[in-house]
Write a protein that binds this ligand. Structure first.
Ligand SMILES: Cc1cc2nc3c(=O)[nH]c(=O)nc-3n(C[C@H](O)[C@H](O)[C@H](O)COP(=O)(O)OP(=O)(O)OC[C@H]3O[C@@H](n4cnc5c(N)ncnc54)[C@H](O)[C@@H]3O)c2cc1C
Length: 576
């Protein structure tokens, strides 16, 4: 049995398939399903047929006050707040499904509700004291207070540890000065989770609960954006704000860890939103393809249209599998799921982007017109690959975490080998697990296997096992080849991350299809098995290609061309 605190992907990079972590595929509790049915039926009577209004609000760049009030009345700020504080107390799984539903109506509305729960007040739920929770959660649940998450600053985006906002202890209070930019919900918020430098012996950054009624808190004008235009994005400024000591969130000095934990635990909400967008796009594209005729046929009859639709279905199914497993990990109280959560963010946001791009293509020129929903969906979705950690930074995090683990084992191996030379007989006796594992990986003996996958999925499971074996060897070879320098070598790091993303997604799809077969039998799961077949083929080809580039690549030429463009600040050639 795998330990509940183990990470599936970190284990996989060490050559172990910790299948207990992802089997059985998580299922929403029956009572939560019933709650959601009621909630969705109320959403439907409230939101159905209001697309003209959503389009207008997107153009104007604001959700009207009256609509924000409707959101409060329909409980959109209460989803994950425990029942004893007036909320619905939903699990991460059910919450993710709710954001899926809201995103099918409008993304600006979904992000307003999502930023409040996923990041705005999540710190209070995870790290708040009993007194803090009693004081704020009922107001946050009713929407009397809307929450936001204030981390980014003009000079600190991806490098969030570089924030300059500063809080200095003065008597019983902390005095905060600083400026946060691009804060979602900032213009509506009364509750601000703020991260500031405190430079205490306990650590450099501390999280605070700040409320709008504190003197010195102000917010700037609404930003004019590419997408999510009706959602509030503003600058938030703090000028000599006196924060009572009881408003420190978690421990003094532990703010950076708190920020990362909040972002990790909120990822299945964002993933749910992506799934909602994909399902809406598939519905729109299939209707469009069946109703539009060219060359005497409906365009749905053309192979190139079917190819797009088929891939959209595969991407959506895989995204739902990944997001469900990560939400399941949160619900089980897993403590080590940061890599999987980061993978789910990258995978979901990129599948959504591809799907929407293809949906717009199927709609042709009409897709480019603001009258149809496609261009707005594309604009709304672009930010997903940027905020809550850019996908580039998350790729580095995914791969470097794996390499850190492998590196630690290599050190252990080096120490063991050293003792082998000093005391050969004793040394061999204590040959580390890692060395044994590496021997088994390279010889194929004792190869890690998936025992819980359905036997009918042997072929697809074999792709996973083969690539998983390659992954552990790949991580090990990268580290042996580049040593500590790997941290600066982002091309191979990205390849390792991409292989990890693909393999986690494949493992999740295998788990999902296995559960479907167990539940419905083979005959009723033909389509699911087709999806797995296609997806495992894609993953196998991509992963092998990434592994092949460890020695055979054009990295140096690409770097040289980038340096050339940087030097010129442009492109060197012209046909004039
Ligand atoms: C609409 C919107 C809403 C937002 N909401 C919030 C919010 O509610 N709260 C909040 O705190 N923030 C919010 N943000 C900020 C968002 O989280 C940041 O924009 C994001 O973290 C990226 O930071 P940056 O924009 O400064 O980009 P930068 O960090 O300047 O990065 C620019 C580019 O360089 C790349 N890059 C940076 N460092 C590296 C590296 N080491 N290696 C390789 N590539 C690198 C990045 O991936 C990116 O492609 C929001 C932003 C937007 C646009």
């Amino acid at each position: 049995m795998s330990k509940p605190n183990e990470s599936f992907m970190r284990s996989l990079c060490m050559g172990k398939i910790a299948e207990d972590i992802i089997f059985p595929f998580p299922k929403m509790k029956a009572e939560e399903q019933e709650t959601l049915k009621t909630v969705f039926s109320s959403f439907s009577s409230w939101l159905k047929g209001r697309d003209t209004e959503f389009r207008l609000w997107d153009k104007k760049g604001e959700l009207p006050k009256e609509f924000i009030q409707e959101m409060k009345d329909f409980g959109l700020f209460s989803f994950i707040i425990p029942e004893e504080h007036g909320g619905l107390g939903l699990s991460a799984t059910a919450y993710s499904r709710i954001l899926q539903e809201l995103s099918r109506y409008d993304s600006s509305m979904a992000i307003t509700a999502g930023a409040h729960s996923s990041i705005g007040m999540k710190g209070l739920l995870l790290f708040g004291t009993v007194e803090q929770k009693e004081k704020y959660l009922p107001k946050l649940s009713s929407g009397e207070m809307i929450a936001c998450f204030c981390l980014t600053e003009p000079s600190a985006g991806s490098d969030a540890a570089g924030i300059k906002s500063k809080a200095v202890k003065e008597g019983d209070a902390w005095v905060l000065n600083g400026e946060k930019i691009w804060i979602t919900n900032g213009g509506l918020a009364d509750f601000f989770t703020v991260f500031a430098r405190t430079d205490t012996p306990e650590g450099q950054i501390t999280a605070f609960i700040v409320t709008r009624d504190m003197a010195g808190v102000s917010t700037g004008p609404h930003e004019d954006k590419m997408g999510l235009r009706a959602s509030s994005t503003v600058t938030v400024s703090f000028e000599n704000v006196r924060i009572p000591a009881e408003n420190v969130l978690g421990e003094v000095g532990k703010g950076f860890k708190i920020a990362m934990k909040i972002l990790n635990s909120g990822r299945s909400g964002l993933g749910g939103g992506c799934i909602g967008g994909m399902k809406k796009a598939i519905a729109l594209s299939t209707q469009q393809a069946k109703s539009r005729s060219q060359f005497g046929k409906t365009i749905s009859e053309f192979g190139l249209i079917k190819q797009k639709l088929g891939h959209m279905v595969v991407d959506c199914y895989a995204t739902e599998a990944v997001v469900s497993i990560v939400a399941g990990l949160v619900d089980q109280g897993s403590e080590d799921y940061a890599v999987e959560a980061a993978i789910s963010k990258v995978f979901a946001t990129e599948c959504l982007w591809r799907t929407l791009d293809e949906a717009l293509q199927i709609a042709g020129g009409g897709g480019y017109m603001t009258e149809l929903p496609y261009e707005r969906m594309v604009r709304d979705s672009r930010i997903n690959r940027i905020y809550e950690g850019t996908n580039d930074i998350l790729r580095l995090f995914i791969a470097l975490t794996a390499m850190h683990d492998v590196g630690a084992q290599l050190k252990e191996l080096a120490a063991t080998v050293g003792s082998v030379f000093q005391e050969p007989i004793k040394g061999f006796g204590i040959f580390s697990d890692y060395a044994k594992k590496q021997m088994s990986l390279t010889t194929g003996i004792g190869k890690a296997t998936f025992t819980k996958a359905h036997p009918s999925l042997k072929k697809e499971t074999a792709v996973f096992e083969e690539c998983a074996k390659g992954l552990a060897v790949f991580a090990d070879r990268l580290l042996r080849k580049h040593g500590k320098k790997i941290v600066e070598l982002q091309f191979p790091t990205r390849r390792l991350a991409d292989a990890m993303i693909d393999l986690f997604a494949l493992a999740c799809v295998i788990s999902r299809v296995t559960s479907a077969i167990d539940e419905k039998g083979l005959e009723k799961t033909v389509k699911e098995r087709e999806i797995l077949h296609v997806f495992s083929g894609q993953v196998g080809r991509r992963v092998r290609s990434n592994f092949g580039k460890i020695d055979d690549n054009d990295d140096q030429e690409i770097i040289s061309l980038a340096n050339h463009a940087l030097e010129l600040e442009g492109f060197a050639w012209d046909n004039l």
